[in-house]
Design a protein around this ligand. Sequence first.
Ligand SMILES: [Zn+2]
Length: 173
Amino acid sequence: MSATAIPNMQPLQAMLNARTSTPSGDVAGRRGCPLSDLRDRLRRAGLRPTRQRLSLGWLLFGRGDRHLTAEMLYDEAMRAKVPVSLATVYNTLHQFTEAGLLRQLALDGSKAYFDTNPSEHHHFFLEEEGQVLDMPDCGITVDSLPDAPEGMEIAGVEVIVRLRRRGASGRKA
Ligand SMILES: [Zn+2]
């Protein structure tokens, strides 16, 4: 056995190992640990904090607000050496969405984007590059909505402003 240098992503696995295999002790003084926060967050959302959910949750929620597809998260998981299948990534994203931890965005018919900030906000979508950006808070006001149809009420308003790079559309007939 040779002790090869291990790249950056190792701490995730090391932490998971440490935290899941020691019933107690050792981890004292680690209060406020993002991983235990994540575990609490999953429990509060009604999800059992399995190893896979913790690993994927760690990747998803550890870097601020983001928008990503299952394929993007799967790539990150592979790079972090998290042993999951693409199907598991899909299932986990949908479970997180149902539990209210993520919001699924209707941006592109062919690909589902998930937002790690589940609160209501609006987006810019750069279609050609599949890039999603949060609109600044003051970005838009929607103040004249039609009445909801009989017996219904408006539950939320989601605005997507589609962008393209200037000059990129070259309309040459
Ligand atoms: Zn967003």
